[in-house]
Write a protein that binds this ligand. Structure first.
Ligand SMILES: NC(=O)c1ccc[n+]([C@@H]2O[C@H](COP(=O)([O-])OP(=O)(O)OC[C@H]3O[C@@H](n4cnc5c(N)ncnc54)[C@H](OP(=O)(O)O)[C@@H]3O)[C@@H](O)[C@H]2O)c1
Length: 80
């Protein structure tokens, strides 16, 4: 299974893609602007169910510093 970087993972298509890719057994860096507690709980549940990791990465695509920081986090292995 692959390692995937997914943007917009908080809701909408990105969130559904996160659910689907987790179900397929991929490890995922899940990029979001803010981490909400209910989202974190679901992500933890999908990790446990599928034997994968999903690492939240803070990313705002309108902010160059945020993009650089997210890239660094991913290159270093993501944040737990
Ligand atoms: N829905 C459809 O049927 C459909 C069909 C074809 C194509 N699309 C395209 O697919 C994309 C996603 O659509 P969607 O329906 O899921 O809803 P959306 O409102 O376009 O996207 C929501 C996601 O984008 C994130 N986001 C917004 N601004 C961001 C920024 N500056 N930096 C990082 N993340 C940002 C949101 O994060 P927050 O939660 O932090 O706001 C959320 O996770 C869009 O480009 C849309 O045009 C959608």
């Amino acid at each position: 299974m692959g390692n995937i970087v997914l943007t917009g993972a908080s809701r909408g298509i990105g969130f559904e893609a996160l659910r689907e890719l987790a179900g397929q057994g991929h490890n995922i860096w899940a990029c979001v602007r803010t981490i909400k507690e209910d989202w974190r709980q679901l992500v933890k549940q999908w990790e446990d169910q599928n034997g994968i990791w999903i690492r939240p990465v803070l990313l705002d695509l309108e902010d160059m510093e945020s993009i650089k920081n997210a890239a660094l986090q991913i290159m270093r292995g993501g944040i737990a």
